[in-house]
Design a binder for this molecule. Structure first.
Ligand code: ADP
Ligand code: MG
Length: 310
């Protein structure tokens, strides 16, 4: 028997009501995918793609228009309580009562979940997110980074098997981003299934073992990261030649040729059909003397552009 998915999303549709009673915004247009257990799953898409809408439906904060979803095997409608207990959510917006201390924030959350005093993990969680020394400081005195880490601890109070982070690193500096990545990776190493939404391709590529791409409310890809990157079979050779180019070199095997200044040419080719050496040989056959060469591999950004047609 194969392991059931951590999350199953089936044909999810969300149309927000328009304030004037008109058509309204179709934020999700029949999205389906499974999140396997145990990995770090990236939900990648540009701003406005529908990522937060999807997460907020799972969180029970937004009412879906149609479709269904299961979290850890629990239907979000039929088994709402169990479904909610199976996820911890770090929302996109930071919201805290400024007069509570980190310790109180976690204790309140534990109380909300009805966790008995002796089973609470507030101290342990504060240590895990490196806020033990801020235990009794007012939340309003914490830095942005500390607040984000406190939100992660808050999401883990009831020890859910799944942690969902909605744009955890949007607008945060490099150091904080590194800290959050470390924290997320450590939780995943401890067995927590992680889902994160991001509009940063690089982040998804580095952190996630599987990525679903969502664009205009539709899921346009869902693959292991490696496979997704491999989808871009194109490579680019950029050369500088020794004299100004009279015309753009052409060849049937080239996918695209672009000038870069008077002496620069960028040749895009399919790496299944040509090698960089062959590209150079073709250019030399056409009478060009190459002085300098650089190559570039396709990355997730290329795949993204390819898939979205952006
Ligand atoms: P993302 O998180 O990927 O940036 P969202 O899920 O926030 O995208 O938004 C998807 C689309 O739904 C956007 O066009 C957004 O303007 C719209 N939208 C989001 N929330 C609401 C709302 N409460 N009412 C109406 N439209 C909304
Ligand atoms: Mg969002």
């Amino acid at each position: 028997m194969s392991t059931p998915p951590a999350i199953r999303i089936d044909n999810l549709v969300k149309r927000y009501a328009a304030p004037d009673g008109g058509e309204g915004k179709l934020a999700l247009n029949g999205v389906s995918f499974d999140v396997p257990q145990g990995g770090i799953f990236g939900l990648l898409g540009p701003n406005g793609a529908g990522k937060s809408t999807l997460i907020n439906i799972l969180a029970g904060l937004v009412t879906k228009t149609a479709g269904s979803a299961e979290i850890w095997g629990f239907d979000i409608d039929e088994q709402r309580r169990n479904a909610k207990r199976a996820i911890g959510i770090v929302p996109q917006e930071i919201v805290f009562d400024p007069f509570f201390t980190p310790y109180e924030v976690l204790e309140n959350q534990a109380g909300f979940y009805g966790i008995a005093k002796h089973l609470r993990r507030s101290e342990e969680l504060l240590q895990a997110v490196r806020l033990a020394d801020k235990r009794d400081a007012y939340a309003r005195t914490l830095s942005g980074g500390m607040k984000r880490r406190l939100l992660v601890a808050k999401a883990m109070v009831h020890t859910p098997p799944i942690l969902i982070l909605d744009e955890p690193t949007a607008g945060v500096d490099v150091e904080l981003r590194r800290q959050l990545w470390e924290l997320v990776t450590a939780l995943n190493d401890d067995g927590v299934t992680v889902v994160l939404t991001t509009h940063y391709l690089e982040e998804a590529e580095q952190l996630c073992d599987r990525i679903a791409i969502i664009n205009h409310g539709e899921c346009i890809a869902n693959k292991p990261t490696r496979e997704l990157v491999d989808m871009a079979r194109e490579k680019i050779v950029a050369v500088t030649v020794d004299t100004d180019l009279a015309k753009i070199p052409q060849h049937d095997a080239f996918t695209k040729v672009e000038m870069a200044g008077d002496r620069g040419v960028e040749v895009t080719y399919n790496k299944d059909q040509l090698t960089a050496g062959q590209v150079l040989a073709i250019l030399q056959e056409q009478g060009l003397t190459v002085q300098d060469v650089t190559t570039r591999e396709a990355d997730l950004e290329d795949v993204f552009v390819q898939l979205t047609g952006a």
